[in-house]
Design a binder for this molecule. Structure first.
Ligand code: 2P0
Length: 339
């Protein structure tokens, strides 16, 4: 029996992925950019076992057995086994023919707009690749589990290339810069709500592709320019420009969600209060010190430099006392490499 345990962190996008051009291969309409958190913080942990004695694949998520007859999971398993077979001499008894038992859990709320599927599929595919001796780029396999998962396979700042090939072979993630390039960068996650979101990202973005005119404009006119500009800002460690683009891209993504019909409303009153607070904080500082970004949920992710953390946390604690507003804080640090 082979057994492997891996841990993979979440990633927080600064240029958002929203909309697919191919639903089956999970190919995006635009490039996206993110930073990967420290693996000590929010992560998925997955143990995979393969044995010639297993009669079928099995899956347990957060302690509960789930069906393996899920297209995305099957895509990942099939692709891993196809690649494993290429490396095997003995095609009959090789590990690629063994069934797998998979146990995965998150140490943070699942499906609350905190990139749980990204960490989950990155972890699963990385663990399966180790188990079945698959080498080379595996981000294109993780992408087929959940698009944003491909970005969690690398640490630091990461770009998911939309690619142009029909088979998705060039829609992969690459590292833009390791964590060590900008070690002062911090991410604070403000948990406004840990409830499951009503509209999943997958169906929300499908509806945006069908109904939002703003999404078309975003993809053709805004994201390409922003992607190039934020890469330059990351490389030159220009926090002002980085923060400016991050906030504008989050706002535009949520504007697309509201332009979707019927609208996807992910942010709530507390989220908007956080936006106002960050603008007031930056304005009082005379300089952009903090950037907010929101995924498909009400929780805020704040990008800032290390020296600013104590001051910002004390302001947030005063304005949103945890016992009153239910805002909890998690601190994340982008890292070089996950487990
Ligand atoms: C992102 N999100 O770039 C954006 C911002 C949510 C808002 O990637 O259908 O869970 O599995 O590919 O990866 C969420 O999308 O969707 C997401 P699927 P996924 O982080």
């Amino acid at each position: 029996m082979n057994i492997i345990t891996c841990v993979a962190p979440v990633n927080i996008a600064v240029i958002k992925y929203w909309g697919k051009r191919d639903e089956k291969l999970l190919l995006p309409l635009n490039d996206s950019i993110s930073a990967t958190l420290s693996v000590q913080q929010m992560h998925a942990k997955t143990t995979v076992m393969a044995s010639p004695g297993f009669k079928e694949d099995k899956l347990w998520l957060n302690g509960k057995e789930e069906t393996v007859h899920n297209q995305r999971l099957q895509n990942c398993l099939q692709e891993i086994r196809r690649r494993a077979k290429q490396n095997e001499d003995d095609k009959v008894n090789g590990v690629s023919n063994w069934y797998a038992h998979i146990c995965s859990e998150n140490n943070f709320p699942t499906a609350a707009g905190l990139a749980s599927s990204a960490a989950g599929y990155a972890c699963l595919v990385y663990a399966l690749a180790q188990l079945y001796n698959v080498t080379g780029d595996i981000s294109g396999i993780a992408r087929q589990g959940s698009g944003s998962a491909c970005r969690s396979l690398y640490g630091g700042f990461v770009r998911w290339h939309q690619g142009s090939a029909c088979d998705g072979s060039d829609s992969i993630a690459t590292q833009l810069a390791p964590h060590s390039h900008w070690p002062e960068m911090r991410i604070l996650v403000l948990v406004v709500s840990d409830k499951r979101k009503k509209v999943s990202s997958s169906s929300g973005m499908q509806n945006s592709v069908k109904t939002s005119e703003l999404l078309k404009y975003r993809v053709s006119h805004c994201v390409p320019k922003r992607t190039e500009a934020i890469i330059k800002a990351i490389i030159s460690k220009d926090f002002d420009t980085f923060a400016d683009i991050t906030m504008k891209d989050s706002n535009q993504f949520h504007a697309v969600c509201l332009d979707t019909f019927p609208p996807n409303v992910y942010m709530n009153d507390t989220s908007h209060a956080i936006v106002n607070l960050i603008h007031a904080y930056n304005s009082a500082s005379g300089k952009t010190k903090v950037a907010y970004t929101f995924d498909a949920g009400p929780n805020a992710c704040l990008y800032l430099l290390e020296h600013e953390v104590p001051k910002l946390v004390s302001v947030i604690c005063q304005i949103f006392p945890p016992e009153n507003e239910g805002v909890q804080y998690l601190q994340g640090i982008p890292v070089e490499k996950q487990a």
